[in-house]
Write a protein that binds this ligand. Structure first.
Ligand code: ZN
Ligand code: ZN
Length: 260
């Protein structure tokens, strides 16, 4: 062995090859999970839209089919690093994901969720803003903005290059910031729900919240809709902090009467 790669070592090859197969298998399984999660979440909110805002997606059939196609392709990309890291966590003890709730003080549970959301939001703000530079926009981000107006199916409608920038965030963070497996599930749930609901074309949160003090700092559909309307503003994902600090916050969009 002496530090050489197992791929060329005949003694280790029987071990290394099953490991590669297990990694590929884990990546594929995770891609399927991400794809099914997308279909269930977007399908659920599309159904809610049909009930609450009948006719809102009328005439958007072709666009929705494109959104689903790009999103399922993105699911493959999202699943790969997540599946590899999940395998490493389970089989090799990688990552700082913990299962013993007593391993850290209880107050750390909500704090860890907040840290993940803040880190993800920061990464998203700056990569998203960069993707509005003309070359990157044409190469990658135009796919997401082809949804005019976006629907609940557009949540993961990204070009593969853009999907890659989103896919690495949580798998990288679990190596840096300790998090309980339940808190991680909470982060992923918030990520999914906000990703879908921010694109569905109407506001599900009450007006007093969206237009009040809380809404001044949190991003919901009204904020992200304005990004899709005006492009060069409102780049954030969960919080309005970076937009406000950097002067890119252009306030809330106005849905048609009755939707907010
Ligand atoms: Zn969007
Ligand atoms: Zn954008």
């Amino acid at each position: 062995m002496w530090g050489y790669s197992c791929v060329t070592c005949c003694r280790c090859r029987p071990i290394a090859l099953p490991m590669v197969a297990a990694l590929i298998y884990s990546a594929l399984v995770m891609s399927v999970i991400v794809g099914v999660r997308y279909l269930l979440a977007s399908g659920g909110f599309a159904l809610a839209t049909r009930i609450r805002q009948p006719g809102l997606y009328r005439g958007l059939g072709a666009q929705i089919r494109r959104e689903i196609g790009w999103s399922l392709a993105a699911a493959l990309i999202y699943g790969a690093p997540a599946g590899i890291v999940a395998w490493g966590w389970k089989e090799q003890g990688w990552t700082r994901i913990y299962t013993d709730v007593a391993a850290f003080p209880l107050w750390y549970l909500p704090l860890s969720v907040l840290l993940y959301l803040a880190a993800h939001d920061t990464w998203f703000y700056w990569t998203h803003r960069a993707m509005h530079r003309p070359t990157l926009f044409r190469t990658a981000h135009a796919v997401h903005h082809a949804s005019r107006p976006p629907t609940a199916w557009a949540a993961m409608s990204f070009h593969p290059w853009e999907a890659l920038t989103g896919a690495v965030v949580i798998p990288a963070l679990v190596f840096v910031i300790p998090i309980h497996v339940g808190a991680l599930a909470c982060v992923l749930t918030i990520m999914t729900v906000m990703g879908v609901s921010n694109h569905m074309g109407w506001e599900m949160f009450p007006r007093w919240m969206v237009r009040g003090a809380i809404g001044g700092w949190l991003i919901t559909a009204s904020h992200h809709q304005r990004h899709h309307d005006l492009y060069a503003c409102n780049y954030g994902l969960y919080f309005r902090v970076w937009d406000r600090l950097c002067g890119t916050d252009r306030g809330l969009g106005d849905f048609a009467k009755g939707r907010l």
